[in-house]
Write a new protein. Structure first.
Length: 115
C-alpha cells in the first residue's frame, strides 16, 4: 500500500472522531490553553497529552490524545529553533485538524479538513 493510500485509510478510520476532535480543539483555543492544538493518533501506550478516545481494538483501532505545540516543545519533539517553522506550516485551526500520527508510517504531522 502506498503512502497516499495509507493516509486516505487513516483519514477514513478517524472520520467518526472528527466532531469530537473539532470540539476539543475549540476548547483548547477558547480557554487560551494554546493556539496550536495537536491530536496524537496512536495504537500503543502513550504518556503524552490528554486521552480523548481509547481504541477498543476492534472497530476503533486508533486512540487519540490531545496535546499542544507547547507540550511538543517541552517533550523535545519539536525543537525550540523549529517553533517558528511549525507555526508557519500549521494550517488554520478553524478549517483543519492537526494530527500527529504514530503508525507503521512512522511519526508524521498530517492535516485533515474539519468537515
Amino acid at each position: 500500500m502506498e503512502e497516499g493510500e495509507k493516509f486516505l485509510m487513516l483519514e477514513y478510520q478517524i472520520r467518526p472522531y472528527k466532531k469530537i476532535l473539532a470540539q476539543a480543539a475549540e476548547v483548547v483555543m477558547d480557554e487560551n490553553v494554546s493556539k496550536y492544538p495537536i491530536f496524537i493518533i496512536h495504537q500503543q501506550e502513550l504518556e503524552m497529552g490528554i486521552p480523548l478516545i481509547e481504541s477498543d481494538g476492534k472497530n476503533h483501532k486508533w486512540s487519540v490524545n490531545i496535546s499542544t505545540l507547547e507540550e511538543f516543545v517541552t517533550k523535545g519533539i519539536i525543537f525550540e529553533d523549529k517553533i517558528d517553522e511549525f507555526r508557519k506550516d500549521y494550517k488554520n485551526p478553524e478549517l483543519y485538524l492537526c494530527l500527529f500520527s504514530l503508525s507503521e508510517l512512522g511519526a508524521q504531522f498530517l492535516y485533515i479538513p474539519k468537515n
